[in-house]
Design a binder for this molecule. Sequence first.
Ligand code: FPP
Length: 242
Amino acid sequence: MDGNGRWAQQRGLERVDGHAEGARAVRDAVETAARIGVGYLTLYAFSNANWARPRAEVEALMRLLVDFARRERSELRAQGIRVNVIGQLEELPTSTRHAVEELIAYTADGDRMTLSLALSYGGRADIVEAARALAVRARAGLVLPEEIDESSLHREMSTGSLPDVDLLIRTGGETRLSDFLLFEAAYAELVFLPLMWPDFRPATLLEAITAYGRKERRFGKTSAQVQLAEGRSFDPVDTGLS
Ligand code: FPP
């Protein structure tokens, strides 16, 4: 959700005003995603590198999270949206942590969509934590090193209960991942949009998902193999069988 600061500065506002407007865009994006049948939505709300921002900005973001948790909880529950956190929730200030924990508990029965908030999150740090947890299990004799595979590593990550990423959208014009879901986005379709996050609208999400639907996801296979597996006709020239 990049571009809040620039959105505000372009309007002569404070950066924190951009974050507040960004929180409004979050509300619409979440509602739209649930309505159109997205099962899992993960929002990069605060990275572990964002602690290095000016203190006032960090505090404003923590307050916005509290506001969001309190203001939206009834609506989220009514819509069947379950809130989850990835990252180091314990590093957040107590008031923010409590508000988010309450939101998680309050929405726990939601079965329509899982909304994961990435808070004090870093993709590399998550992989390191998982490796460390597996090392501890190996030292205790609970797992053999040769048994460790992609699934067992993923189970130890804070995204362990989430599926792989299908579509990753970054606003704000930068074309980098900035440590977001590095392991989970291995085969994700990446969409980089020039617009700033507060300008993200329900129609923006619908367009990105429509474009995603036109992509052929091959996961290392050939196009012909994918089409055969899906029971579609395919071009024999492409298979080398003609
Ligand atoms: C990056 O834009 C955005 C953030 C670091 C914070 C994102 C937070 C919100 C959208 C609001 C709060 C979240 C929730 C879930 C209620 P930036 O500040 O780096 O923008 P810039 O690149 O233009 O400076």
